[in-house]
Design a protein around this ligand. Structure first.
Ligand SMILES: Nc1ncnc2c1ncn2[C@@H]1O[C@H](COP(=O)(O)OP(=O)(O)O)[C@@H](O)[C@H]1O
Ligand SMILES: [Mg+2]
Length: 353
């Protein structure tokens, strides 16, 4: 996956800019608040996912403007391709000039992996971030997975509001079965994909982690499910409690991945350095999995992360990104001399200078 051209108009603090990145390392540098992350975020949006900063669509539109226009020319599977996004209150996506029913249609067409300081807490933070990591990663290699996520979220919302109403309207209890069934249908698909993905993750992340720890530490990943393959049964068993609590206590929305270093939970017992290495290993593994499944490395987006890594981890990253297109943002490009050949873009006030 190689980006040939990125054009942005009225996007965040960028009025109008065009980028022609090189096929290897692209360093996007400049002072704080100049628009470096905005550029990384713009590239990311072409994966069909929402902003990794959790921004709403309308926040992406340049202040005082009505619409952002983004376009991407890229090279994939031996051919040129293009995509475009128009952002107002919502996003409208185009692939090869053809409007798509939803931006989700871009998933799997253009692939990228993003790593930012927020991701360094992937191992240390709560399970919601790890679930999001799994789900986003799976969507890129299996776009149909989004349908299961959507169905599940809807069924869960309906079931939860029903659970809250049942104490006041006993007759509603009968309708719970319908929602349980929908929840199980979508939930089982989600669990199946996540379990499969966790196995791929373990295989790839083990290698990366060994590299990072000079082979001194072991690394394991396991999907931890609250429903033990009998989701329907678990829901029935928890029903009374769920009605009392007014929410659903089991299911993929409560699951997690257990990450172990030397056999013990990295979240509970890992040092900060181990947790960071584990997060880095998971993110690098995400890229390897896309490569193994699609035959191509995704574009790697490293936002402000190099300064957060110590010298040996920096070296590991820089030595392993030679064969793919990378965008690295930083304040001081001299600190990245080891990144090797590439192109540098200095960003000031939303423009390349
Ligand atoms: N919708 C928007 N319209 C105009 N400016 C914006 C918008 N959203 C963010 N910005 C501006 O973008 C700048 C931050 O850009 P960012 O890419 O995060 O900076 P950095 O170079 O530090 O990564 C801030 O100055 C912020 O005010
Ligand atoms: Mg930034």
């Amino acid at each position: 996956m190689v980006i040939r051209k990125l054009a942005l108009k009225n996007y965040r603090n960028i009025e109008e800019t065009e980028f022609f990145p090189c096929e290897e390392v692209n360093i996007v540098y400049g002072e704080n608040a100049q628009g470096k992350t905005n550029i990384i975020e713009a590239v990311w949006l072409f994966t069909g996912c929402k902003s990794f900063r959790g921004a709403k669509d309308k926040e992406l539109v340049r202040f005082g403007e009505e619409k952002s226009e983004l376009s991407l020319d890229y090279f994939t599977a031996g051919a040129s391709a293009s995509a475009a996004l128009e952002i107002t209150n919502r996003r409208k996506a185009f692939s090869g000039g053809v409007p798509l029913a939803s931006p989700v249609g871009l998933m799997g067409e253009f692939t990228a992996v993003v790593f930012s300081p927020a991701h360094l807490g992937l191992v240390k933070n709560g399970p919601a971030e790890r679930r999001k990591f799994l789900d986003t990663a799976i969507c890129q290699i299996k776009p149909s997975y989004t349908a299961a996520l959507r169905d599940y979220a809807r069924a869960l919302e309906q079931r939860n509001s029903l659970l809250k109403d049942i104490p006041y309207h006993g007759e509603l209890l009968d309708t719970l079965d319908v929602w349980d069934e929908r929840l199980v249908q979508a939930g089982d698909k989600i669990t199946e994909e996540r379990v499969k993905y966790a196995l791929l993750l373990e295989e790839s992340a083990k290698t990366v982690y060994q590299g990072l720890s000079d082979g001194k530490e072991t690394f394991d990943v396991r999907y931890e499910s609250t429903e033990d393959n009998h989701f329907g049964e678990m829901l029935r068993r928890q029903r009374k409690n769920d009605i009392l609590a007014g929410s659903t206590s089991v299911g993929p929305h409560r699951d997690d991945i257990d990450i172990r270093i030397n056999g013990v939970s990295a979240r509970a017992f890992g040092s900060q350095g181990q947790q960071r290495s584990a997060a880095l290993a998971l993110k690098m593994a995400e890229g390897e999995i896309v490569k193994n499944v699609t035959g191509e490395y995704p574009v790697l987006l490293l936002d402000d992360v190099m300064s957060e890594l110590d010298a040996s981890r920096q070296n590991y990253v820089l030595n392993h990104i030679r064969d793919r297109q990378v965008f690295i943002t930083c304040c001081d490009p001299d600190a990245l001399e080891r990144a090797g050949t590439g192109k540098k873009f200095r960003i000031k006030n939303g423009s390349i200078v």
